[in-house]
Design a protein around this ligand. Structure first.
Ligand SMILES: [Fe+2]
Length: 134
């Protein structure tokens, strides 16, 4: 399934929203490759791009956590979600390099669901925190 941006995904932090849009674009590219061209090398390249972009995005958010002195259980939960995604990507990369065969669209589906949950669940809590404390 392709992932369409909706207004409800906007957190109000422009930098974060732009990064989420880019994140979404990479996931859609992955879905497209997995359903249309199915080129192994391209899939591999997109997954690597997704990995670096996720790392970049998480770093941006983690800098904001520090800047706004975000802490406690919400912070640990949020960091755990980032770690979950990193582990998922690591696993996908090692599966690809060991099997050398095309993987299913489940990969893009998981990434899409994860990102929606990340934006609407986890990030929304952080933005609420910023608004209440600043
Ligand atoms: Fe985010």
């Amino acid at each position: 399934m392709y992932f369409t941006w909706k207004k409800l995904y906007e957190t109000g932090l422009e930098e974060i929203d732009n990064q989420h849009k880019k994140f979404l674009t990479i996931i859609n590219d992955l879905h497209k490759e997995l359903t249309e061209n199915k080129d192994f090398k391209t899939v591999e390249a997109i997954i690597n791009e997704l990995k670096s972009y996720a790392e970049y995005h998480f770093k941006t958010e983690e800098k904001l956590f520090e800047q706004y002195n975000y802490k406690g259980e919400e912070l640990s939960e949020h960091l755990k979600k980032h770690k979950d995604f990193e582990n998922f990507i690591e696993k996908a990369i090692s599966n690809i390099s060991s099997s050398k065969s095309i993987i299913t669209t489940k990969l893009a589906d998981y990434a899409r669901k994860w990102l929606i949950e990340h934006i609407c669940g986890t990030d929304v809590k952080f933005v609420k925190f910023i608004n209440q404390n600043n």
